[in-house]
Design a protein. Structure first.
Length: 328
């Protein structure tokens, strides 16, 4: 984890759940020279400044990833970038598709070009399970963003900048997590709405997601799509972990929603290798000197990484033990 120590960093979408957790981790463990928080909501920036006590190592940039010039200004002198900014709500994307294209696609390309122009060393973009075999507009825009970041290494092959992607599913404890919603309903004595009792999801905590990104900075050469090897859980078990004995009712799968999460599609199995704690989806074409990481093993042909076919599972007790702080 020496890569980030003493570094100058920037986080787009830095006032979101991941951004704030990443900032806290970096301030506590890596003694950054400075950390630029880049986001477009001045209220959230004000609230975050109170959270971090106006730490002098932080720089607060109001800006939108749609604005390449503003990104370029913010990235001057920056060595490492985490691109966490995105529009994310599936149903909202279906009604406002071009807004998602402008932020998630054009905004991502702006991050790429600003990073190259400013000589940033390493950039990691946050992806989502919905970018694997996408069935909704949000997932499609994130798949395009993933492709842009991997291909950006071609543009920067004679530069210092390298790009990688980290993909994981729902984060327990993030803004919009279902846990507080279930807790509120249970406290009111109401039945918990379950999309489908067969539904499964991957399970990762916010702290684990931050650590995975930090570790990926150390490992990356550029062009990798990293996927953590994490357990699955059944949504019905989550409900029982949060509110034991509470009644449940099914409401049906919503438009654009999958019954099971997928983070690696079967069509990508030929370029996927397995490491002890992660999968690496390797670039199809690498002109910048990429070599496979040592110790990796090719996955079987046709392998897909889906929450219903996982080899690691959490039951209700296991879920409860990992979200203890959220239940208090």
């Amino acid at each position: 984890m020496a890569e980030l120590r003493g570094s100058s960093m920037l986080v787009t979408g830095g006032t979101g759940s991941f951004g704030k957790a990443f900032i806290r981790h970096v301030l506590d463990h890596f003694e950054p020279r400075r950390l630029v928080v880049f986001s477009r909501d001045e209220l959230k920036q004000y609230e975050a400044r109170q959270l971090f006590g106006d730490d002098p190592r932080l720089r607060w940039f109001i800006g939108d990833v749609r604005d390449r010039a503003r990104l370029t200004r913010a990235m001057h002198g920056v060595e490492h970038v985490v691109h966490a900014a995105a529009l994310k709500q599936v149903d909202t994307a279906e009604y406002n598709p071009f807004e998602y294209v402008q932020t998630n696609v054009t905004g991502s390309q702006n991050v790429v070009e600003a990073a190259i122009d400013c000589g940033v060393r390493k950039v990691i973009a946050l992806s989502t399970d919905k970018a694997s075999s996408p069935i909704n507009l949000y997932g499609a825009t994130k798949l395009v963003a993933d492709k842009l970041f991997v291909s950006a290494n071609h543009y920067a092959s004679n530069q210092v900048t390298r790009f990688a992607v980290v993909r994981y599913g729902n984060v327990m404890g993030s803004r919009g997590s279902v846990v507080p919603f279930f807790l509120r309903l249970a406290a009111e004595g109401k039945s918990l709405p379950i999309t489908d009792k067969r539904m499964t999801r991957f399970w990762i905590t916010l702290d684990q997601a931050v650590q995975f990104v930090v570790d990926s900075f150390d490992l990356m050469q550029g062009g990798e799509l990293y996927v953590p090897r994490i357990p699955s859980m059944r949504v019905a078990d989550l409900a029982q972990a949060v509110a034991p004995g509470a009644p449940m009712h099914e409401i049906g799968v919503r438009p654009g929603e999958k019954l099971h999460e997928e983070m690696i599609a079967a069509d990508d199995s030929h370029r996927t290798i397995r490491l002890p704690e992660r999968y690496v989806v390797q670039p199809t074409i690498a002109t910048w000197g990429y070599v496979p990481p040592p110790g990796g093993h090719s996955v079987p042909e046709g392998f897909s990484y889906r929450s219903d076919g996982n080899d690691q599972w959490l039951d209700a007790d296991g879920i409860r033990s990992t979200i203890g702080t959220l239940l208090k």
